[in-house]
Design a binder for this molecule. Sequence first.
Ligand code: MLT
Length: 404
Amino acid sequence: MVKVNDNYLKLPGSYLFSTIGKKVAAFSTEHPDKKIIRLGIGDVTQPLAPAIITALHGAVDEMADAATFHGYAPDLGYEFLRNAIAKNDYQDRGCDIAADEIFVSDGAKCDSSNIQEIFSLDNKIAVCDPVYPVYVDSNVMAGRTGTWDPKTETWSDVIYMPCTAENDFAPELPKETPDLIYLCFPNNPTGSTITKDQLQVWIDYANKVGAIIIYDAAYEAYISEENVPHSIYECEGARTCAIELRSFSKNAGFTGVRLGFTVIPKELKAGETNLHPLWARRHGTKYNGAPYIVQRAGEAVYSPEGKVQLKEQVAYYMNNAKVIYEGLKSAGYTVSGGVNAPYIWLKTPDKMTSWEFFDYLLEKANVVGTPGSGFGPSGEGYFRLTAFGSYDNTVEAIERMKAL
Ligand code: MLT
């Protein structure tokens, strides 16, 4: 008889943002008159930049003519995009990354969940706590995480690295040696960052113990401070221990367009095995490449006009971050993040749990945020707000919160 993958049955509840979506939909049905402001999921609200729209239109027109029509994309990505990425995101920053080490995909969420497939189930993962839930859930689905303890809300075979106010929301090296280490900086959900020197410690550690770091740099465009690395490859020795994930969702507003990439240096090995060909094999077998139209839009991100327009877009969202950070601080909240990241991490007032505060805020201010505990046990008592709303909605949400 056919059997399901039992690992799926181990997953407690639904995906965090689906749970929130359902709760908000139920509230909205019950209170159709209320204007709900959504600062929960980190979804962008501003239109695509003009340079990207022009590129999209141009590519669509190419598809209308047999002479310029494109069918299946090369499975690792079009050269024009891989070259633009290698030059602008890496070589211009002094990182030794070549175009053929870049694997174009339809987004960092998929890559961050799929990448574990090329590693043995025996590997032990280490994650920050709180953490973007996709890293853990995808390893649960694969059967790498052991058993779920509903009391501690942790998996028996996962190494949790608490990121709390005490350590400035930066993980410390784990006591138990992991095989795969997930790091995300600027961090989702806390909005924290680490310096280049701090990141170097992780690279030296990974090279020493033979671990691989899966580095999610989806929010690098939001870095405003000098000593914060945009890529893990800015540090020495990263080519032998790190995979980097990048997204076009947050720097260019592609959440609805879908484009991302993964970098795997040629010399990166697990034991004696090179990982680059394994990921290429996986990509070739399971994926037919991001659409031509979308990859042309991605190329426009690196055009001179695109760069100027996207800098403005990032500044727009970071102004929202400032509105949230300063508004809540002046109202007496304990807040962090929001300086190098589009997320603001706040302590819930009056010892409310994260979900109590979620309900309270939805009910009393009609504002949606994300409960910190949804990202892991160390997120309990915290709450995340995103700066990706419109300016007017952000100002109104903070005014409503101040009036509570
Ligand atoms: C988030 O809100 O954490 C992100 O938008 C989720 C994602 O990028 O998939």
